[in-house]
Write a protein that binds this ligand. Sequence first.
Ligand code: ZN
Length: 500
Amino acid sequence: MTSTCPRPSGDDPVSPRGDDPPSTPRRGASSANSVSPRGDDPPSTPRRGASSANTIVLSGCQVVTLNPRRDRYASGYISVDGTQITEVGPGPVPERLAGAPQIDATGCLATPGLVNTHHHLYQWATRGRAVDATLFGWLTELYPVWARIDEQIVRAAATAALTWLARSGCTTTMDHHYVFPRDGGDVLGATVESAAEVGLRFHPTRGSMDLGESAGGLPPDDVVEQIDTIIGATQAAIERFHDPSPGSMLRIGVAPCSPFSVTRDLLTESAALARSSGVRLHTHLAETADEHDYCAEHFGCTPAEYLDSLGWLGGDVWLAHCVHLDDAGIARLAAAGTGVAHCPGSNARLGAGICRTRALLDAGVPVGLGVDGAASNEASSLLGEVSEATRFARAVGGPQAMTAAEALELGTLGGARLLGREAQIGSLEPGKLADIALWRLDALPHAGIADPVAALVLGPPPPLELLLVNGRPVVERDRVVTVDEQQVAQAARRLVLPGG
Ligand SMILES: [Zn+2]
């Protein structure tokens, strides 16, 4: 589904403000539903100095570029040609772009689209359960419910979760799907279809569990799979979906679930498969004190030592949570270049603790942000995680522990780095893909806040005036335009799982 917005003419600049119909032009070259051809084509050189038929210009907005100089413009412009950013600069639109259609973005702040580095989309179907439980108590209550999911449930849940992510400024998201009921159908394929429909850049991981309760794991035996089934299905998912091209809308990762739900053999074989296939590797680690105790009891070491002993740590790996890392654990991650997906909202909801983000960043560990699954973070707002990352770091480390700008960087460039996409997304620079969020800051909640980044990160969530993903409008005036939000909500309300 594509936006039905009219295309403005070059003589008729369009303002996204007011009561006019949604105003962002369509461009045929920017369809997010088409998967890029495979291959390692170099990024095309941005055209500069002239506008083409596909050029659109955002003008008059404040701009946070996150370019290497970290330039910010009090008033500037961004030109987009098809799927790519071609120019970003301060001041009025230059004469050479005067013929291109313009969107008057006065009163708005342009930032790179947010990048979500940890999620479980299917959990949208099981929100609001075990709300006062620890992680292990919450998991124990939910595993039997998740054993009943199928392709249809996952499709509706994923579409709802992705639609809401878009509303919170997210342009790229990963998904960690690790529950594959034997009669559940093509649940991974359902998430891929949902992402294409909503229009987000998608990095799903084929997750897995093979350590059932009878073998000393936490999940019941009927929700785990056999290791050969897992490795075969993961390899098939890579062959079916993975697109390594620079403009890719879809890349697969490999993600056994956690130390207490997978075997040592599965961790080892998963790492070997990911590395031989050239895809990235992910798991949960050091989320709770219970996990720390589990690893001490079963493996005689910390969670970080355990992964390191299996040859897991490396620059192609990112780990969710890492709340309970000691200094030695942080040093291990830093030395390996392994990243951390910080999920403050979920960690707080489950009472897991607060990730040591300042120490991680000071040690040089790459850090991104994640909403985590919707069942442990009913808010599932990525902008909300940027705000919470700032507040949580300061709550334990004082007001210097995390600036608002640093948190925004974690939610954009930091996330892009974790997903191996920092050359293509995460900042507003010529040659990068056109993933752009335009936040309205001139209405009552934000009017007069001196620092626009403080307004965005510390103020209430502002209306999202426009969200471009790969140059395609996904949100206009705080409404997702690629799918019908009412229909998505209706489908989500109809989701009924045992115990619900
Ligand atoms: Zn998770």
